[in-house]
Design a protein around this ligand. Structure first.
Ligand SMILES: NC(=O)c1ccc[n+]([C@@H]2O[C@H](COP(=O)([O-])OP(=O)(O)OC[C@H]3O[C@@H](n4cnc5c(N)ncnc54)[C@H](OP(=O)(O)O)[C@@H]3O)[C@@H](O)[C@H]2O)c1
Length: 279
């Protein structure tokens, strides 16, 4: 039995569909299982990665887990998974763990702590370390729909914009093909793109211009205060500053795992165009 944690997540949702299509037994865990809409025949369970009392029921009969990185009870989860008979965990980590100051960077550390908890356990652990999700562009949906400019503190900062379907397909390969078991994979999109280029590509897809406002760091933090905690906002701003005008390194791990090149940002924009146009 495969257990998919964080069931409402975008990667989890695609991965569930892929495993179900293979005819494999899948259970989806979520903090809010009542909000899940899994494929017919797929069971659901309440699994809150911040509440260890939910771990035993979710892990009963499970051999393989797809795990989101929730650091607070990662060791408890690994211990309970081992007790339940789990042999393999595929972790959705982050390439931020590879940075020189990962232990001091709150975003990187939250992933690093989970990697370390799993690696200290007897579980075979396969680690996926994606760079920047293309879906981060979803933060622009509200201003684009409202006809407002998109505020960008570093319009020329680069990122590798990976499509959530590529992450899910990489996770599917990692979970089902024993050749990948125990590997560490840095996943990137196919190109290093700037935010300004992404906005242009998105504008071409939705067929209307998207104005950009060059915001200061403080203005952007104020705008995002309800959505991003201040410590994470500073981390993001620092990361963008360090990649301002500087292309990010790319890997071919998506192609290695899935057999096809990573999807370009324009594909993500096309797949999600209605989120930027529907009222
Ligand atoms: N964004 C990036 O650039 C980036 C880069 C590297 C790594 N990552 C990793 O990838 C993760 C995000 O993956 P993702 O895009 O698949 O996840 P997502 O769609 O952002 O959802 C993340 C989790 O939030 C929970 N959640 C709570 N409320 C939700 C709601 N209304 N709708 C959907 N989910 C909700 C879900 O778990 P429950 O169903 O259990 O509540 C879900 O698994 C990050 O947390 C990070 O660890 C992200």
């Amino acid at each position: 039995m495969y257990l998919i944690t964080g069931g409402r997540g975008a990667v989890a949702t695609h991965l569930t569909t892929l495993l179900h299509r293979d005819g494999l037994p899948v259970r989806v865990g979520s903090a809010r299982p009542e909000d899940l809409t899994p494929p017919a025949g797929v069971g659901t369970v309440r699994l809150d990665l911040t509440d260890p009392t939910t771990f035993p029921g979710a892990l009963d009969g499970v051999t393989t887990v797809f795990l989101y990185a929730a650091p607070d009870h990662a060791s408890d989860f690994a211990a309970e998974a081992h007790r339940a008979g789990v042999t393999h965990v595929v972790l959705l980590s982050s390439s931020s763990v590879l940075g020189p100051d990962a232990a001091d960077d709150p975003l990187a550390k939250s992933h690093l702590d989970v990697e370390q908890a799993l690696l200290a356990s007897p579980l075979a652990t396969t680690i996926l370390r994606p760079g920047s999700f293309a879906s981060n562009a979803g933060a622009w949906a509200w201003p684009v729909k409202a006809g407002q400019p998109v505020s960008l503190p570093y319009p020329h900062a680069h990122n590798d914009a990976i499509h959530e379907r590529d992450v899910a397909e990489a996770a599917h390969a990692a979970a089902t093909d024993p050749r990948h078991r125990g590997g560490r994979f840095t996943l990137t999109g196919p190109a290093s793109v700037t935010f300004a280029e992404q906005i242009e590509q998105l504008a071409a897809v939705i067929g209307r211009p998207i104005p950009v406002r060059h915001a200061s760091r403080e203005e952007w933090k104020q705008e995002m205060a309800d959505h991003i905690p201040a410590a994470y906002a500073d981390t993001l701003l620092d990361w963008w500053e360090s990649h301002d005008g500087k292309p990010v390194p790319l890997t071919t791990a998506v192609e290695h795992l899935t057999g096809h090149p990573a999807r370009p940002f324009t594909t993500w924009a096309t797949d999600h165009a209605t989120e930027f146009t529907a009222s």
